[in-house]
Design a protein around this ligand. Structure first.
Ligand code: ADP
Ligand code: MG
Length: 254
């Protein structure tokens, strides 16, 4: 069943077409990858889906909601979670507190007002804490709950960001370059985690340069090049697509 439809989406930044009439459908329960050379428009599309920015033209439907008309916290409230290409981990907060911050983003007026009201609502505080701890367990970071996030190795930072998104109980999870900077063991662990999240009923859209990882875990791949969709299909088809191979020639893929 379709869960999200990207329809003819364009995004223009002062004369530059970051996205040109991109369309694809995300189906419930799938892992879909968005790939393409640097500057292809991948992060821009994530920003549009998560309500950070709005399309210049076209629509993104999540179930019956037009995401182009929503704000970021509204997108989160509908069940769209995301991690960022550049880590948003707060180094001087504990691992658990980093996850709790994410939990407050869902369906609330804002982080600060909820911090104050929660002081008066101990039960709710306990519940947030439990949800956050559960999310840490799901990514295998519960033993580090009390450590400062700044002390975590790169692989664990990525897992922490995923835990923070999971604590918002997303229906769709957007992962922007989750394998970047990870070693082979960390990447394998991440692939297992992504499968496990998918098996728990979360639909996943991810941007990634690590082709081994992409081909290993994706059901379908969309390829962007200079803001245009140049291919879409199962991993094996994409690997053998002439236009895709041409777009990647000379591109330094990590
Ligand atoms: N806020 C912005 N203002 C102006 N140009 C932008 C902005 N965000 C992205 N771009 C441009 O849009 C294009 C696509 O960028 P991006 O979506 O980050 O690519 P990718 O994530 O595929 O590497 C690039 O040319 C980039 O410089
Ligand atoms: Mg990017």
């Amino acid at each position: 069943m379709p869960i999200m439809r990207v329809e003819d989406v364009s995004k223009n930044f002062g004369g530059l077409d970051a996205l040109k009439r991109v369309s694809f459908t995300l189906y419930e329960g799938q892992v879909k990858a968005l790939i393409g050379p640097n500057g292809a428009g991948k992060t821009t599309l994530f920003n549009l889906i998560s309500g950070v920015d709005r399309p210049t033209a076209g629509h993104i439907y999540f179930r019956d909601h037009d995401l182009g008309t929503l704000r970021r916290h509204e997108a989160a409230g509908l069940g769209i979670g995301r991690t960022f290409q550049h880590s948003k981990v707060f180094d001087d907060m504990t691992v658990l507190d980093n996850v709790k911050v994410g939990r407050y983003q869902r369906g609330r007026a804002g982080i600060f007002s909820s911090f104050f009201s929660l002081r008066r609502h101990r039960n709710e505080e306990r519940q947030v804490r439990e949800t956050a701890f559960e999310a840490l367990k799901r990514v295998g970071l519960e033993a580090q709950a009390g450590e400062l996030a700044g002390n975590l190795p790169m692989g664990d930072r990525h897992l922490l960001e995923i835990a923070r998104s999971l604590a918002t109980e997303p229906t769709v999870l957007l992962l922007d370059e989750p394998a970047a900077g990870l070693n082979n063991d960390e990447t394998d662990r991440l692939a297992d985690l992504v499968r496990q999240i998918r098996d728990n009923g979360v639909t996943i859209l991810l941007v990634e340069h690590d082709m081994g990882f992409v081909m290993d875990i994706s059901d379908e791949v969309v390829v962007l090049d200079y803001g245009k969709k140049i291919a879409e299909g199962p991993p094996l088809m994409i690997q053998n697509d002439e236009e895709v191979i041409r777009a990647y020639l000379g591109d330094d893929l990590a």
